[in-house]
Design a protein around this ligand. Sequence first.
Ligand code: AP5
Length: 224
Amino acid sequence: MTSAETPVLILLGPPGAGKGTQARMLEEEQGLVQLSTGDMLRAAVAQGTPAGLAAKAVMEAGALVSDEIVLAILQERMAQPDCARGIILDGFPRTDGQAAALEQLLADQGLRITAAVSLEVDDEAMVGRVSGRYSCAKCGEGYHDSFRQPAHAGTCDKCGASEMKRRADDNATTVRERLKAYHAQTAPLIAFYEAKGVLQRIDAMAAIDEVRSALGRVIGRVAV
Ligand code: AP5
């Protein structure tokens, strides 16, 4: 990444808050690049890389993968040329160590955080949101049993593929562990970004399109 004005957005929120849903929409509408550490780790698991082998059991238990593995994977992705368009960090940073490393990584490239957006939700509703989630096996478009179904059941609206998949960690027990990890290790970053003056809060219990509009207004205000 090269320009000092390159947009750098962080989406913070517990599992099910809508980080991935909103990041994908922003990617399509604003041309920014979605960087989901969860997606990168799942790809590493599927490919059986050393990082993936180390991450698999941790992810299935709903805990956080080590900073070392996550940082290596993110740093490699951020070095790719498309990130010059601007990035949306979806699921990163998640610990103090990751937040500090991100500061350094951005400073080294003459970049700064444009906004850190906290998607605010009720934990209990997240168990239902995550357990009902599925996605297109080909393009990754996200759907939900109750809240967002494809126009034609079983067929992806975006790419027309007919195979859908569900994540191994999307069961109620693991979601509760993921929520615990979020509150213990990630939620403190909200105060960190508030102190830096870049925090924006959005009510993410609203419908997907309302959250999207609120996010659009935030982005407009910070002039991405
Ligand atoms: P990750 O893949 O990042 O999962 P997560 O943070 O648990 O978040 P989710 O993907 O479950 O939720 P989301 O907020 O993206 O919600 P979504 O938009 O899909 O991480 C998975 C694992 O990888 C972690 O547990 C950890 O082990 C590891 N990991 C990843 N990053 C790491 C890091 N930085 N450090 C260490 N470990 C890391 O929405 C959910 C559902 O709700 C969808 O079906 C959607 O359609 C629906 N929905 C969304 N918004 C709304 C709405 N407003 N109203 C109704 N339904 C909605």
